[in-house]
Design a protein around this ligand. Structure first.
Ligand SMILES: NC(=O)c1ccc[n+]([C@@H]2O[C@H](COP(=O)([O-])OP(=O)(O)OC[C@H]3O[C@@H](n4cnc5c(N)ncnc54)[C@H](OP(=O)(O)O)[C@@H]3O)[C@@H](O)[C@H]2O)c1
Length: 305
């Protein structure tokens, strides 16, 4: 793994037991973090809700992965997973329980003596934001800062991989939609977020840092559609829709109301142009430039084809 100092890699690999705990290891970012750690020979423990889940079964096949069962809604099931852990990666999906789940985890990590928490936060986290996701992330960041633990806050912008949610309409209708108009967003590749997480979990120098993680350019959704068209060799169209249409559509595909409401708030924030700045967090954290959207479109083309 190009971003991992050799000393960190060999020191961790020579230990018989993992000192890194991942939450969210079966998710979009966590899967990439797990693969990077495994490839680098760094043993890690992953908290999963069930060993029978196909994503957990896949995780189990990675060299160096140790799976432990726990549910962040039941903190008592998580405490033993933290024993012997020095650095932990904190990630949950954005649900109505996220703030409570994460605050309970922070408290447990502090009690068992975890030294460093790497928290997956979000671009523009702010406890006064009109976007509920940004408020809860800010509250958790503040709680972590109030402990003695070192922290690294990863604040990514909109994920490029979010487009995978539109796989079906891209495949069958050649289009995707959102309530964003012509606003630009400095979208970031999840693989770069994972590389930043791995750097913070395995090397020194990331203590008490905040990394704003973006791609190398800000793009409109129409520009992303044009780049996807080039990668797929067929026209892909972006359709701007009113917020209420987006809201109804995500409810229809099964989003809980709290999350659907939050997603529409998020897109209003993008629409206001509040996520268009290009930041240097990926380079600062990993020493590598972030991937452009064209690289994402090329690498993921088979999934949209
Ligand atoms: N999407 C974006 O564009 C974007 C942009 C910036 C920041 N973010 C932030 O990214 C985070 C989501 O990351 P992601 O997309 O990688 O998440 P994800 O794919 O939804 O994965 C969520 C992970 O959390 C685990 N989890 C959920 N409930 C749990 C519980 N009760 N106990 C233990 N584990 C539980 C899931 O496990 P299971 O497999 O068991 O469900 C899964 O591993 C959110 O905090 C969001 O605010 C997202």
């Amino acid at each position: 793994m190009e971003n991992l100092p050799a000393s960190a890699s060999s020191a961790s690999a020579s230990r018989a037991f993992p000192t890194i705990l991942l939450t969210g290891a079966t998710g979009t970012i966590g899967t990439e973090v797990s693969k990077l750690l495994s490839t680098a020979g760094v043993p890690f423990r992953a908290l999963v809700r069930s060993l029978q889940d196909p994503k957990a079964e896949q995780l189990q096949t990675l060299p160096g992965a140790e799976l432990v069962i726990g549910d962040l809604n039941k903190p008592e099931t998580v405490a033993s997973a933290l024993l012997g852990i020095e650095r932990a990666f904190l990630l949950t999906n954005s649900s109505e329980q996220a703030e409570t789940q994460q605050l309970a985890f922070v408290d447990m990590a502090r009690q068992v003596g975890v030294r460093h928490l790497v928290k997956l936060s979000q671009w523009a986290a702010d406890r006064n934001s009109p976007v509920r996701f940004l408020r809860y992330h800010a509250v958790v960041e503040e709680a972590i800062r109030a402990t003695d633990m070192a922290y690294t806050f990863l604040r990514p912008n909109l994920f490029m991989q979010g487009l995978l949610a539109f796989r079906d309409s891209i495949r069958t209708q050649g289009q995707f939609f959102a309530a964003i108009g012509e606003a630009k967003v400095s979208v970031v590749d999840v693989r770069d977020i994972a590389a930043a997480a791995v750097a913070a979990l395995t090397a020194s120098g990331h203590e008490n840092k905040i990394y704003n993680l973006t791609g190398p350019e800000a793009l409109t959704h129409a520009q992303m559609a044009a780049q996807l068209s080039a990668a797929l060799g067929k026209p892909i169209r972006f359709q701007d829709v009113p917020p209420e249409v987006m809201h109804a559509a995500v409810l229809e595909i099964g989003f809980p109301r709290w999350q659907a409401d939050g997603l529409v708030e998020d897109y209003a924030h993008y629409h206001r142009g509040e996520a268009a700045t290009v930041a240097s967090g990926v380079l600062e954290a990993t020493g590598q430039a972030p991937r452009p959207f064209a690289a994402f479109a090329h690498d993921y083309a088979p999934q949209f084809a």
